[in-house]
Design a protein around this ligand. Structure first.
Ligand SMILES: [Zn+2]
Ligand SMILES: [Zn+2]
Length: 880
């Protein structure tokens, strides 16, 4: 948010504008001139080779999708990264600051359909347009290392990595339920399903389909991905928490329940069997069928309270039971249909729970009791084991279900305070806390929950019906997309040999260019015989190519490694070069990438490490997530009609004012409410800086200033302000990144300068002091308003490239607050004078007086009765 002070500071900048000056700030002219000069020397932004003796600094902003137009969110993101890159250059680092294009993806196909432009042409045209915009903004990218993910020199390495993963069993194929958007005619990731609808088509409900898909085994790395989060201290805690939750580790036990052989049912049992609502007690002679259902539970301590087994409609055992029971078969089909609808609505968690008793019982391996087996529409086959033990007394969901169907509820844990009471107090239920004791649990009675969990898991292991298990919410990464504009998956299908990988020597599998995009009937590649038909590399017979392409998150999982060695045609990159640059020192992007992109790229790094390609375990040392740019209280979007075009802002106010405003209007991690008045204010501020500097530029071209003791109070005050400003900005770059207050501090400095303009004009400030101030001011502006800074740098007579000019150092002494002299009396007689800061508190003033040598000697053998301190005026020490 733009704070009130900021708006005022910007407005104060306008206050001195009335006096007309011969020079006028013309950003269009200045910026065009410098843009041309920078374009003529691309080596200015080039990273030095790894042999450089400077410390390295890799600053990276997330690469954009080439939609054709930068939006203000981009401008903000890149302005933050650019300020940092420029600052690090000036601090003497070897800076890598690259940019590229996340160039595969569906919009290119949509555009092709709409405008009849081939996706490649559309994409490359957009890239050119956005690159022009970036250059117009004056962003300091090293374009020699540009990466464009839709070009074969990049995506061939996606294919190469895929083959390496396939060799190691990290890429595999399986039939899987997928989210299908009929409009996109493609599979959507779960995260692309928003409220049951397609993320691109907000009104389009997502359907479920079964397809053979390629998966990457990210779950192999689940534990390490979780563990290493604790090492990422330079990441926002919210991002780490989101990843932790996404990985979703839970510890528990897997327990097997065997189905009962009902042939031995007694007459007494026969009466209750049919209801399926009560447990059948243990007795001798009960036999099992040998068919077992595993359940995963984090609360094995409650297993004596299990009163039913609940299974997914698609569980293999349910299918078997239904095959022999037409009534059950219909009921299960109805449950499955409810589940399908809930999936399509995107919220299975909120499904209205229904279930049906199967007529079968399963044996609780802990006590031999028999539990009715039910099918529940809320149980998903693909989560856990597809079956659960239902413990109504100690689980919210199970409790609701039991109440609804009249299932038995048995209390097996109680709060410690109530452990003596066996009364099953309805009001307490369901009781889910774990600071409790077990009851009704046989030999495990009176154990605490945690102890019971350990002992009971061990017991299950010893008796061969269970084991300790860790499960994750994280699923393997389905990368198959039935789309054209993506990396072809380099696999072949041979009638004789089965699935055959494309040999490395035949990479890249090129994406054909002239393709008809219809977005109907699956992938366009499948309709191109020249693509599909190939020879099997094993047997030489005809084979068919895989027509799925890769999820575009594959492209962004490792692109930042390619920047270090973008033209390598023998490997994705040189290991030594990556070893020099990695990990990325600072990564900057939107928090919306907290989960997918940032987990996938961590996974990819770990796989590359295990392949021996990189030595780092993690790709990113420090992560910064900037806030959104909003306007009129909402995120800028076409549908809300509140979009501000960067081009328009730049045309009106210049690139410097636009980018500086995007840093000034809010702390970078907060949302920024775009106000055109604010941009205008920053533009007026830059105009004041320009006119002030131009007016005094000639006088600034002089040598070193005299020591501060010889300076007038005016000069001292200005230098103090200058060094305080340098200190503030230097400290902010190191940590807080409150660029908004940095810019406000520069504004204050300029206010002080313009206020002193008369004194400066009257010659009360020596040229050398003026020179130091103007040079430093220009250096301070360089990360935020580079065009103006380069212009002023030259105007004040500097010839060194500003980007390599050393960042100004602050002088602690000068930055100190103004000093005042205070007379010190002893019993009313003046004895000494002490110097303290003008803002020093009473404590400091007393201490200064007592520490004075003369005073200390005079009161050495006396008793101090009291001290009277008149602020800023006088100290009187009363002694006897
Ligand atoms: Zn869609
Ligand atoms: Zn073959």
């Amino acid at each position: 948010m733009a704070t009130k002070e900021h708006t005022e500071a910007a407005e104060m900048g306008a206050a001195g504008d009335s006096a007309p000056f011969e020079v006028r700030y013309n950003p269009a002219e200045i910026e065009a001139r410098w843009q041309e000069r920078w374009a003529a020397q691309p080596e200015m932004y080039a990273a030095e080779p790894v042999s450089s003796t400077k410390p390295k600094y890799y600053v990276l902003e997330m690469l954009p999708y080439p939609s054709g137009q930068l939006h203000m969110g981009h401008v903000r993101n890149y302005s933050i990264g650019d300020a940092l890159a420029r600052y690090m250059w000036m601090q003497g680092h070897n800076v890598l600051h690259p940019m590229g294009w996340d160039a595969f993806g569906l919009p290119a196909e949509n555009a092709a359909l709409k405008n009849n432009t081939p996706p490649r042409q559309w994409t490359l045209g957009n890239i050119a347009a956005m690159k022009r915009q970036m250059n117009r903004i004056g962003l300091s990218y090293d374009w020699r290392n540009e990466v464009t993910t839709c070009l074969p020199d990049y995506y061939r390495w996606n294919q190469w990595f895929f083959l390496r993963m396939y060799e190691r069993g990290l890429a595999y194929r399986k039939k899987s339920k997928v989210n299908w958007c009929p409009q996109c005619a493609t599979v959507l990731a779960n995260e692309q399903v928003v409220n049951g609808c397609c993320w691109r088509h907000e009104e389009q409900p997502v359907e479920q389909r079964d397809l053979e898909q390629w998966f990457l085994r990210i779950t192999n790395y689940a534990e390490e991905l979780l563990e290493d989060l604790s090492r990422l201290e330079g990441w926002p805690e919210k991002v780490r928490t989101m990843q932790r939750n996404w990985i979703g580790r839970s510890e528990g036990a897997q327990i097997e329940f065997e189905l009962e052989d009902a042939s031995g049912t007694t007459e007494d049992e026969e009466k209750v069997r049919k209801s399926g609502t009560v447990l059948l007690p243990a007795r001798d002679g009960v036999k099992g069928t040998g068919k077992k259902a595993a359940v995963f539970t984090t609360r094995v301590d409650t297993i004596f309270g299990a009163t039913s087994l609940q299974m997914a409609p698609e569980h293999p055992l349910v299918k078997e039971m239904a095959a022999a029971d037409a009534g059950l078969s219909d009921a299960v089909a109805a449950l499955l249909e409810q589940q399908r609808k809930a999936r399509e609505a995107g919220d299975v968690g909120a499904i209205e729970k229904h279930g049906v008793f199967t007529g079968h019982y399963a044996i609780n391996p802990f006590n031999g009791e028999r539990l009715p087996v039910w099918v529940g529409n809320y149980i998903l086959l693909e989560y856990g084991t597809g079956a659960i033990m239902s413990v109504p007394a100690h689980d919210d969901r199970d409790y609701d279900f039991a109440k609804k169907y009249g299932l038995e509820i048995r209390v097996v844990i109680l709060p410690r305070s109530q452990a003596e009471s066996l009364g099953e107090r309805e009001a307490l239920l369901p009781y889910t806390a774990e600071d409790s004791l077990l009851i009704n649990s046989g030999e495990f009675n009176s154990l605490g929950c945690h102890e019971a969990q350990h002992k009971m898991t061990a017991y299950a292991g010893e008796h061969g019906f269970g084991k300790a298990t860790v499960t994750y919410r994280l699923k393997d990464w389905g990368i198959s997309r039935q789309r054209y504009w993506g990396t072809p998956i380099p696999m072949l299908y041979c009638a004789k040999c089965g699935i055959v990988p494309v040999p490395d020597s035949e990479l890249p599998v090129l994406l054909p260019e002239n393709v008809e995009i219809t977005q109907q009937g699956g992938s366009p590649l499948a309709r191109m015989p020249e693509f599909v038909n190939a020879k099997c590399p094993k047997c030489g017979e005809n084979a068919l190519r895989e027509t799925d392409t890769m999820d575009t998150f594959v492209d962004s999982s490792w692109y930042f490694y390619r920047y270090t060695d973008a033209h390598n045609d023998r490997a994705p990159f040189a290991t030594e070069t990556v070893a020099y640059w990695f990990p990325i020192d600072q990564y900057i992007g939107g928090v919306e990438h907290a989960i997918l992109h940032l987990i996938y790229s961590r996974f990819w790094t770990k796989v590359m490490r295990d392949l021996g390609l990189v030595r780092n375990d993690e790709p990113v040392e420090r992560l910064f997530t900037q806030g959104m740019v909003i306007r009129n209280g909402a995120k800028m979007s076409k549908s809300k009609g509140n979009v501000v075009s960067p081009d328009e802002m730049i045309a009106r106010f210049g690139a410097d004012a636009t980018r500086m405003y995007s840093l000034f209007a809010a702390p970078p991690d907060r949302d920024l409410d775009w106000q055109e008045d604010g941009v205008a204010g920053v533009s007026r501020f830059l105009s004041r800086v320009y006119r002030f500097a131009m007016k005094h530029a000639e006088r600034a071209k002089s040598g070193a200033r005299p020591s501060s003791a010889e300076l007038s109070p005016d000069s001292q005050a200005l230098l103090r302000k200058l060094h305080q400003t340098i200190r503030k900005i230097t400290e902010d770059f190191a940590g807080r990144w409150h660029f908004n207050t940095c810019i406000a501090a520069i504004m204050e400095l300029v206010n002080a300068l313009t206020a002193a303009d008369a004194a400066i004009g009257a010659g009360k400030v020596p040229d050398a002091v003026l020179g130091e101030i103007l040079r430093s001011l220009t250096l301070l502006l360089a990360p935020f308003a580079p065009y103006l800074a380069f212009e002023l740098w030259e105007q004040i007579g500097e010839t060194e490239n500003l980007l390599r000019a050393p960042w100004p150092k602050f002088d602690e002494q000068l930055a100190k607050e103004e000093q005042i002299e205070i007379p010190v009396q002893i019993n009313g007689k003046l004895r000494a004078v002490v110097r303290v800061g003008a803002d020093a508190d009473e404590e400091t003033v007393r201490a200064a007086a007592l520490a004075d040598e003369k005073i200390a000697a005079l009161i050495a053998d006396k008793e101090v009765v009291r001290m009277i301190v008149v602020p800023r005026k006088l100290i009187n020490i009363v002694v006897k």
